[in-house]
Each structure stands twice: as structure tokens, then as C-alpha cells.
Design a protein around this ligand. Structure first.
Ligand code: ZN
Length: 297
């Protein structure tokens, strides 16, 4: 009798264990269904934070359900619209923005009437031989000397505008400090004034300083980065000339100082990776701020 009772108890124990295991599997299956139905996905869409320090990579949010991805798109539109209204140099708060949203803030567009009004008779001088349709207005974000995120703007040639967006996105991710990035027209298209203010810029229809030859800046195919710390050294009538004039002390490139562009610099590495040449490598003159792309005509 006792023996039978024990046997029954054992069987009961086994039965209970089986029941418990079945229950557990049910819970697992149900929670799996919840994941498929989008609960964690929704959270990730809301909560992906700024991932500064990462390169141009694919976003994990590719797995969003069609409905969630529509929401995501709307969020990007909202961000872009809000950001578009702001003037270059403004500080932008990116709290809660996803990587995708941040990447969408590095974009290029045709020269609008409003932008052209700013350029006309300044960087876009009378008799400019480069058609407006060859140029693009680029908006980016940059990591300021104040460690804050700012809006930057450039006018560049349409053939390098995508490269420029990618380069400045990667510089931003690496927190590469840039002091200022507004159109040279804000300085009446005076290169000297723009450089003296350490302004990063590109298009300006002008000859190479001290010559009659058109500069690559005239086509929007050259960018000057942090020019005050990376001056331009050339000779005019046998005299050494530093531009900007006040940046003479940064001509000594054997010294180490902040914002110096050299071959170890991320800026140098990125621009050259995209096929640009660096003015610091030239022999007759040295233009440490200058990156240009030579393209087949
Ligand atoms: Zn230049």
C-alpha cells in the first residue's frame, strides 16, 4: 500500500513538473509574441539616444514595423523642419534624437532664392562664370569649441556635396571641434575677414590670392577648415605673406597646438579618404586649412 502510494506520489510529482514546464513554455511563447507585436521595438524607436562617436553606419531601426517606421519618418520631418528654421551657428539640442534623425541633418539642396540673395554680388560676384545650378547649399552640424552642437552651412559644388555631408557627419560623430561655419557672405565675401574669424567656408568666386588664376573656391571645390589655426603661407614679390595676417604664430607647424591640421588629424584623414588633396602638402606654398578636389571636366 505504502509502496503504491509512493509510486502515485512520484507520478504526481512528475505530472506537476510537466505541468509547470508547459506553463513556463506558454509564458515564453506569449512574451515572444509581444516582442513580435512591437513592444520593445516601440521603445527602441522612442529611446535611441545620440550616438556620437560612431561612424556612418546602418541604423538598428531598420527592423521597425511599417507603422512604427511611418511614425519615425514623421519625427524626422518634424526635426528637420524645426532645425531648418534656425540660422547657421545656432545651438541645437539633440536630446532624444536617433542616429537616423541626426544623419538627416547633414543634407544638401539647390541654391534657393533666399540663399542666392545672400550670395549675390558677394561670393557670387557679377560675371561669375560658374552657373548657380552647379552649386549646392549644404547644412551640417558641427561640434563647437564650446563643446555644443551648432548648425553649420556651406555652399559647395554639386559634385562634392554628398562627400561634404559624409565628411562633416563623421567629423561631428568624432567630436572634431570647429569654431564657426557660416557663408563667407556674412563677411562681405572677404576671405581675410572670414579667416580671421576662424570661419570654415567653401564657395567664393575669387582668384588665388596674389595671382590672376581662379581659385578652386570659385567652383566650390575647396573647403578651408579652422583657417585661423591653419593659415595660408605664400610669397608675394619675394615677401612671405601669412593669411590671415594675425595667425603668424601658427605657421610654426613643428609646435603642437590645438586645432592644428596635420597628417595625424582626423580632418586630414577624412578629406584625403574622399579624394581631396591638402594644401599642407604643397611645395611652393603652404595652405594648411585647405582641402580641394580635382575632378575631371
Ligand atoms: Zn582654401
Amino acid at each position: 500500500m505504502y509502496k503504491r502510494l509512493f509510486q502515485w506520489k512520484d507520478r504526481k510529482g512528475a505530472f506537476m513538473k510537466g505541468l509547470f514546464a508547459a506553463g513556463l513554455s506558454l509564458v515564453v511563447v506569449l512574451s515572444g509574441a509581444c516582442i513580435k507585436n512591437g513592444v520593445p521595438v516601440k521603445n527602441s524607436a522612442k529611446g535611441q539616444q545620440v550616438a556620437a562617436g560612431e561612424g556612418d553606419g546602418q541604423d538598428k531601426q531598420d527592423v521597425l514595423s511599417p507603422e512604427a517606421s511611418k511614425k519615425q519618418e514623421r519625427a524626422e520631418d518634424y526635426y528637420k523642419k524645426r532645425y531648418k528654421k534656425k540660422k547657421a551657428s545656432s545651438i541645437v539640442s539633440l536630446r532624444g534624437a536617433s542616429k537616423k534623425q541626426i544623419r538627416s541633418m547633414f543634407y544638401q539642396e539647390k541654391i534657393s532664392k533666399a540663399v542666392f540673395r545672400r550670395m549675390y554680388r558677394k561670393s557670387y560676384k557679377k560675371g561669375c562664370t560658374v552657373p548657380k545650378s552647379e552649386l549646392r547649399y549644404v547644412r551640417v552640424l558641427y561640434y563647437g569649441f564650446d563643446k555644443k552642437t551648432h548648425i553649420g552651412e556651406l555652399v559647395v559644388n554639386r559634385r562634392i556635396s554628398k562627400d561634404i555631408c559624409s565628411i562633416f557627419y563623421q567629423l561631428y560623430c568624432k567630436k572634431y571641434p570647429i569654431e564657426k561655419m557660416v557663408l563667407v557672405d556674412e563677411y562681405g565675401a572677404s576671405d581675410e575677414k572670414s579667416m580671421a574669424d576662424n570661419n570654415t567656408s567653401s564657395f567664393n568666386y575669387r582668384p588665388v590670392s596674389g595671382t590672376a588664376r581662379l581659385s578652386k573656391h570659385s567652383y566650390g571645390l575647396a573647403v578651408d577648415v579652422n583657417p585661423f589655426y591653419n593659415p595660408y603661407l605664400h610669397t608675394v614679390g619675394g615677401k612671405r605673406v601669412c593669411e590671415p595676417a594675425m595667425a603668424r604664430k601658427y605657421l610654426n607647424r613643428s609646435k603642437s597646438f590645438a586645432h592644428k591640421i596635420d597628417k595625424k588629424d582626423i580632418c586630414y584623414k577624412l578629406f584625403t579618404k574622399y579624394g581631396f588633396s591638402w594644401g599642407g602638402n604643397w611645395r611652393s606654398v603652404k595652405d594648411y586649412q585647405h582641402f580641394e578636389k580635382v575632378l575631371p571636366r
